[in-house]
Design a protein around this ligand. Structure first.
Ligand code: TRP
Ligand code: ZN
Length: 479
């Protein structure tokens, strides 16, 4: 939720009057006794997420990003592992407060021009914030087209725990995976899941390389002067951390899955062996998860398998990213995230267990379907972890910004869902899963929303179960 910040200047009647005298009658400051007139102020520098206070921004709702990117990967070694990125981001947004100033997040790249509604505007870059001063000011509910020209040298950025993320430069391109707040390393963005947007991409790379983004190709690639431009259209609302524009020496494989979803896979030729075997199960998995979570929510799917590694896979929307390998369990995990995490996204980063618990539990169910361990056996394995193990010492529903991707978020999160399933029964549990996706799909939801829906669907009181499993830093014994 964006929060409102009021300038001290208009906080008192005296202040407002003084300002009005200075600036003349056209200044949009409310006169005392005229509460309906606009009070312009600066949009907040963060979306209000306690884990990442500067991620996202206040006062704006981005509807669409059109990203026109020109990328040149590094020269062969021993040249430094640095690329060149030039971008023009055309951003359609709506003001959600009366704005005399607003921010976008932009990290490590330099903006050279900002145009709002056709006119060049003054702007500033302070740390990872691009500060824009629109004139005329933007009134609540008004639309604005913001065009940012920017660019710079790309490196290999890291998140707060030191994991590679964002625009990660590789020798033959870039791996682009931005959870939780890495999108700002490659475009000016309102980088928080509470602001979902549609995207289009036009990505120009040296001829011979493939640029893969979200959604579907909107045109055939065009080549001129040794460069190829790739065109992508991602019409399903998407959180910024799920956008990708990965570049590599990929082999493309396009087909239609059994449920009708068009698939676009891009696999580095060095990785065409084992990963492709697991990817070949995608069609069956789509059918399997549709039975449990409802129709696949997006216009396409597919995988990117790079020969370099960020150390993990990511559920980039409609196009999951895999580092070097794509094992069957991980392929199931990232696909299940398309419903659980991508279509229904966390309201704040503390809710990450709703992403990782569901995705992990999805692999448990897939393993059962494939006659490996049953979901109950996977649950029993977690419950076999001794009570004094550090595994039990965190609160899954509030793991802290450094605990987002720790084992308890995944495994205790999945065990929570299994305990819930046993408690309310299969019929209520799968009705809950489908209703969750239906009700919150396209937006975000919180742990509180989930607990309330579980009680609504099951008709049961579940306070103790959720408290013991999600908010108690010790091993559950009864619930
Ligand atoms: N969300 C990814 C997944 O579970 C994992 C992930 C994102 C991650 N960033 C990370 C894991 C950083 C470890 C470190 O599919
Ligand atoms: Zn995951």
């Amino acid at each position: 939720m964006p929060f409102r910040r009021r300038p001290a200047l208009v906080a008192t009647a005296t202040g407002a009057v003084a300002l009005a005298i200075l600036a003349g009658p056209s200044l949009a400051v409310a006169a005392p006794g005229n509460p309906g007139s606009p009070r312009y102020s600066a949009g907040a520098d963060g979306a209000g997420d306690p884990y990442f206070p500067l991620a996202g921004n206040g006062g704006i709702d981005v509807l669409h990003y059109d990203l026109d990117l020109d990328y040149t990967p590094p020269e062969p070694a021993p040249a430094p592992l640095e690329g060149e990125l030039q971008g023009i981001a055309t951003i359609d947004l709506v003001a959600t407060q009366d704005l005399d100033r607003f921010n976008l997040d932009l990290r490590g790249l330099t903006a050279t021009e900002v145009v709002v509604n056709g006119k060049p505007m003054s702007f500033d870059q302070v740390e990872n914030e691009l500060v824009i001063t629109p004139r005329p000011k933007l009134k609540t509910g008004s639309h604005a087209q913001v065009i940012v020209t920017y660019g710079g040298t790309t490196t290999r950025p890291t998140d707060i725990e030191g994991a590679l993320y964002g625009w990660v430069t590789t020798r033959d391109g870039a791996m682009v995976v931005s959870e939780p707040d890495g999108s700002a390393t490659w475009f000016p963005v309102n980088d928080h899941p509470t602001d979902k947007s549609t995207y289009t991409f036009e990505i120009t790379v040296p001829q011979g390389l493939v640029a893969v983004a979200n959604g579907l190709p909107s045109a055939d690639p065009t080549t001129a002067g040794g460069f190829t431009t790739w065109y992508w259209d991602a019409p399903d609302p998407m959180a910024a951390y799920l956008a990708t524009a990965s570049v590599g020496d990929y082999v493309v494989n396009e087909y239609v899955a059994a449920n009708g979803t068009p698939i676009f896979d891009a696999v580095d030729p060095a990785r065409l062996g084992a990963p492709s075997a697991a990817l070949a199960l995608t069609s069956d998995m789509l059918v399997f998860f549709e039975e449990r979570y409802g129709s696949y929510p997006f216009n396409s799917y597919g995988a990117i398998v790079d020969d370099d590694s960020v150390g993990y896979a990511l559920e980039t929307q409609t196009r999951s990213f895999f580092s070097r390998t794509a094992g069957e369990g991980t392929v199931a995990h990232e696909l299940a995230h398309q419903w659980m995490g991508d279509h229904v996204s966390p309201e704040r980063w503390a809710d990450i267990w709703l992403n990782e618990g569901w995705a992990t539990y999805s692999t448990w169910m897939w393993n059962e379907h494939r006659d490996r361990a049953t979901a109950q056996e996977s649950f029993d394995e977690i419950l076999a972890i001794p009570a004094d193990d550090e595994f039990w010492a965190s609160e899954v529903a509030d793991p802290g910004p450094l605990g987002l991707f720790t084992d308890p978020v995944y495994d205790r999160g999945a065990a929570t869902l299994h305990a819930l399933r046993v408690e309310i029964g299969d019929a209520a549990f799968f009705e809950l899963a489908k209703t969750w996706v239906e009700r919150y799909g396209g937006g975000t939801a919180s742990t509180e929303d989930f607990m309330a829906l579980a009680e609504e669907v099951s008709g049961q009181q579940l306070d103790t179960l959720f408290k013991v499993w999600l908010s108690t830093p010790s091993k559950p014994t009864t619930w």
